[in-house]
Design a protein around this ligand. Structure first.
Ligand SMILES: [Zn+2]
Length: 119
């Protein structure tokens, strides 16, 4: 089967974002420390050492996180359950299917999102 060039482009874009993010430093422990140093003006004046990889990550991080959050919300809007109707063995728990892909609920798309994000 021939691959859709749009799929190739999207995969490359995701791989690039992933690789750039993975190479940058985690700010988790630094921000826990820095949050205690917020001054009266609401700021923390800091000096920091940023690697080339950190700068590459930070330059696009905001837009990329917003794009991923938008993507997640749009996928959630699409992949929602609906009553499938028809005969079920257990009338107390009717079979539900995804409105978008018609898989049994929870559908693979929703499961993939839950497994990736719900940690
Ligand atoms: Zn679905």
């Amino acid at each position: 089967m021939k691959t859709d060039p749009r799929e190739t482009r999207l995969r490359e874009r995701l791989e690039t974002i992933r690789a750039r993010s993975a190479k940058s430093s985690s700010w988790r422990s630094s921000t826990q420390y820095l949050s205690r140093l917020v001054n009266k003006g609401g700021f923390v004046p800091i000096k920091t050492r940023l690697s080339r990889e950190d700068i590459a990550f930070l330059s696009g991080a905001r837009e990329e996180v917003i794009a991923f959050a938008d993507l997640g919300v749009r996928l959630l809007d699409l992949h929602r359950p609906q009553e499938a109707g028809g005969i079920t063995s257990d009338p107390g728990s009717p079979i539900r299917r995804c409105r978008a892909c018609m898989s049994r609920w929870p559908c693979p798309t929703f499961r993939a999102m839950a497994e990736t994000l719900d940690q």
